[in-house]
Design a protein around this ligand. Structure first.
Ligand SMILES: Cc1cc2nc3c(=O)[nH]c(=O)nc-3n(C[C@H](O)[C@H](O)[C@H](O)COP(=O)(O)OP(=O)(O)OC[C@H]3O[C@@H](n4cnc5c(N)ncnc54)[C@H](O)[C@@H]3O)c2cc1C
Length: 540
């Protein structure tokens, strides 16, 4: 273990500037207490936990923050009604507690949403009302509102697009909803506020060891410049989602696989398909899963599926049968069946499910969504499984584990009550700017300083030049994709409109980052080729 006095000298800061942070990690051998590999929900949650306990933290993400699974979720902050039906009370109770804490600590990003289950058979209303009342009871004082039976007329008022034929009534319950990629950026900013260095586009390509053979750091490469880095850490945590086995094999080439990736696909359609502000929950699809139709940033997100995948990809693609399944199942419940032409964007994500250790090969939908922590003989800690909703609890447990292993001195977790970056109690959903919380005022100031910054990027959407400047200057956006997929969410809201906005975004990026015309052209080629994968007919 190295001398703590020589550790990376990180002051508390309120910024995420990539070049300044890269300089910081190249000084003094890049020594830190906790080195986190992976900038998704899990890794960023760990960075927040460790930094807020006062440890010196570096987080390295090979691509952009939340490029992996963490920008491709159903966007629910939930206990998991489905897991209640499966009898997994421990998972549901823990997730309900985390749901409440997440809403309490980031009310600007997590909203309370009404979910409606339409009832078509006589027994469904009492059955779901009883089950969901139990769900409410498990949430205790952190509940979001009571589940109640609804008259048919109320169901139709809340979801005018629901099929009326045979509808007898319904049940409403409450869960949280959020913007996953925006939450990831918020976590990176929160970690930075507490002194952590969180860097995107730095890939870990090897582990280093001390003379006892224990992992004491990483070798990494800046993906934008090719510059190599060596960093020393008292504890290294592998939080790379579906890629954890790659890191585990860097530690031990014979390591057994610990993750079972399972793909889930979502289709985004116009809000007219639901027609209201409440979400639709279909409790049992043909394959025995639940299907959601959730209003999100003025559109509706339909999904999802559960398809086992052998080889993890950073940019997974929806399978034809997954798309057909969602369209068909949604069509059974909606007045107007969405067709392929109605799909504004299709996106796929891979659940990093913790591989079960028991006999037999379970279907992925049967694998528990609980998380697991693995301790390697070398001291490397690996964490997988879980949900976005449980990121805080996962982080607390893995840092506690590092303390138990003697690698960190004992310090108490403070994240239960830790307000996230941008916290504000005054959420105004009427404009996109609510996602920035208290930072929204700074974006509005950019427009006041220079009215040109108020120019819209697209006539149909509320994003303007100032949003792009903010993403580049304050949120480490490096590429057109970073801006349009994860800072402004356009790629998943409307892929065709995102392609139309791309030239303007590329030009702003080139100006801000000092890049030439060739770079700008290449950005456009890269983005358009990626965006085609989000269009069902693939034609740009
Ligand atoms: C379809 C779907 C729907 C879901 N819906 C919900 C939901 O509604 N609510 C909910 O609570 N949960 C949901 N989840 C679960 C949730 O999204 C995941 O549990 C969570 O996002 C996993 O985060 P992660 O950080 O472990 O993985 P990831 O987000 O994949 O992050 C891992 C990161 O590690 C990086 N990485 C990999 N290798 C390296 C390396 N060598 N060096 C540096 N970085 C590296 C990757 O680039 C990646 O960004 C859903 C999941 C899916 C797939």
């Amino acid at each position: 273990m190295f001398n703590k006095k020589r550790s990376l000298s990180l002051s508390k800061r309120k910024q995420m500037k990539r070049d300044i942070l890269l300089n910081e990690i190249s000084r003094d051998g890049g020594r830190c207490d906790v080195l986190v590999i992976g900038g998704g929900a899990t890794g960023l949650g760990i960075a927040v936990d460790a930094a807020s306990r006062g440890y010196r933290v570096v987080l390295l993400e090979q691509s952009d923050f939340a490029k992996g699974t963490s920008s491709r979720s159903t966007k629910l902050v939930h206990g998991g009604v489905r897991y209640l039906a499966q009898g997994d009370l421990r998972l549901v109770t823990g997730a309900l507690r985390e749901r409440g804490l997440m809403r309490r600590n980031a009310p600007h990003l997590v909203r309370n949403m009404r979910f409606i289950i339409g009832n078509y058979r006589w027994w469904e209303q009492p059955f779901y009302t009883i089950g969901l009342t139990f769900y409410d009871l498990l949430a205790g004082s952190l509940g979001l509102g009571r589940s109640l039976p609804l008259l048919k007329s109320t169901v139709m008022r809340e979801i005018p697009g629901l099929k009326q034929r045979g509808l007898r009534g319904g049940v409403v319950y409450h869960d949280g909803q959020f913007d996953d990629a925006r939450m990831a950026v918020t976590l990176a900013q929160t970690a930075a506020d507490h002194g952590a260095v969180c860097l995107n586009y730095v890939k870990v390509d090897g582990l280093t060891r001390d003379d006892k053979g224990l992992v004491n750091g990483v070798k990494a490469t800046d993906q934008l410049t090719g510059r190599p880095y060596g960093l020393l850490a008292r504890v290294v945590i592998n939080a790379t989602g579906v890629f954890i086995d790659d890191i585990l094999r860097m530690d031990d080439p014979a390591a057994k696989p610990k993750v079972r990736p399972s793909q889930g696909v979502h289709l985004v359609v116009d809000s007219k398909f639901l027609g209201g502000n409440s979400a639709l929950m279909i409790p049992k699809t043909r394959d025995g899963r639940v299907l959601f139709g959730v209003p999100w940033h003025g559109k509706v997100v339909l999904g999802t599926t559960d398809t086992p995948i052998d080889k993890p990809e950073l940019e997974p693609r929806a399978l034809e049968e997954e798309v057909a399944f969602i369209l068909e199942q949604a069509g059974e419940y909606l007045d107007r069946q969405p067709s392929r032409q109605d799909v504004l964007s299709v996106f796929a994500g891979l659940r990093p499910l913790a591989a079960p250790t028991g006999p037999g090969r379970k279907k992925t939908k049967e694998i528990s969504r609980n998380h697991k922590i693995y301790k390697s003989a070398s001291g490397l800690l690996t964490i997988t499984g879980g949900k976005w909703t449980t990121y805080r609890e996962m982080a607390e447990e893995v840092i506690d584990e590092a303390i138990r292993s003697g690698r960190l001195e004992r310090r108490k977790c403070v994240t239960r009550g830790l307000k996230l970056h941008g916290y504000t109690g005054n959420r105004d959903d009427s404009s996109w700017n609510y996602v920035y919380g208290s930072d929204a005022a700074k974006i509005e100031a950019l427009v006041r300083e220079n009215p040109g910054n108020g120019t819209l990027l697209h006539k149909d959407y509320p994003f303007h030049v100032a949003h792009v400047l903010w993403a580049i200057r304050e949120e480490q956006a490096q590429t057109v994709e970073d801006v349009l997929a994860r800072r402004l969410r356009m790629l998943v809201l409307d892929a065709r409109a995102a392609i139309e906005m791309a030239p303007r975004v590329a030009s702003i990026l080139a100006g801000e980052l000092g890049k030439d015309n060739d770079w700008e052209k290449q950005q456009l080629l890269d983005f358009n080729s990626q965006a085609k994968g989000y269009l069902l007919n693939g034609v740009v």
